[in-house]
Ligand binder design. Sequence first.
Ligand code: OSB
Ligand code: MG
Length: 371
Amino acid sequence: MRLEQVVLQFVSLPLKSPFETSFGLERDKRTWLVTVRGEGIEGYAESVASDAPLYSEETSASVYYAIRDHIVPRLTGDIPHPEAVWEKLSGLRGNRMAKAAVEMAIWDWFARAQGVPLFQLLGGQEAVHRIPVGVSIGIQPSTNELVKVARDYWSQGYRRLKIKIRPGWDLEPLTAVRDALGPEVPMMADANSAYTLDDISTLQALDPLHLMMIEQPLGYDDYVDHAVLARHIATPICLDEAVHSPADARKAFEMGSCQIINLKVGRVGGYQQALGINRFALEHQLPLWCGGMLETGVGRAHNLHLTTLAGFTLPGDTSASDRYFDEDIISTPFVLNPDGTLTVPTGPGIGVDVNAKRLQSVCTYEEVLAV
Ligand code: OSB
Ligand code: MG
């Protein structure tokens, strides 16, 4: 199959409430929606890069230039299968979020052309129609507010609560949620690299809370200190922003830097790379779960298809559309089933469609690139 055009649309979609992490505060989901076109079919995906290089080095601006100047010019010629895209882009270093946005849209395009749901093309488990999901709770103005928010999500049916932490917002708020909701509630914390080895005693103090894991406590590019920390705390360590590839997953696992990986397909360069990490995880009984980047319904649909793979054994961050937005950009927003799951769409490709009118009202810039 051949591609003819790649359309970049910048979307600024207001979040229902600001999302605060140790690295910053986001009020809107700002992303590139990528549409690939060819042979009369379109495919869709979105970038997970933010405007500022706070979570990752990549930004909305770097994603734009990487796609326009380096990725699209390499998409000429036959694309026999979406797995071939990674190879076409292999000369380009880094820029994995930019590569992912295009590669994922091509998987959707290809699956739609075949008339099959994306999870089938990915080799996902046919029997998995409902994905158990949790919710990621940003830093709140007060502990009381956090307990209120946590209680509300838990009563909605979410399967586990992830609470963002940073120095000064850790033991006290986590203990308050544990005390309010009880010992059975699956809870975890995400530090987004806010700590160093000087904080070992603070992190040890979290052990009695029996968290499922602590996500990315130390440096965003570090494996050595995480391996040291792992020997000093009982809480399992999960890596997020430090893992970019199957090779990274192997190194982090072999060094003992993590016992769990948060896999975001948009972070690691797309499905070809995500499938490689999934294979490694299965071979080594390394638990995976699907993270999120506050995606619109398009990225959310991709995440659900990814989570049908056998390596995903823990509830992920793919919450319902109404946890993020008053009005999503897809026609049928994702709703939380009473059993704390989201349903994987079964139509061709990612199985969701963009609401053109809604998209138009939140799209601030558009550019059509010829392949
Ligand atoms: O570290 O997982 C993270 C959102 C933006 C950037 C980084 C992270 C997150 C989340 C939100 O935790 C997960 C979601 O609900 O999409
Ligand atoms: Mg994280």
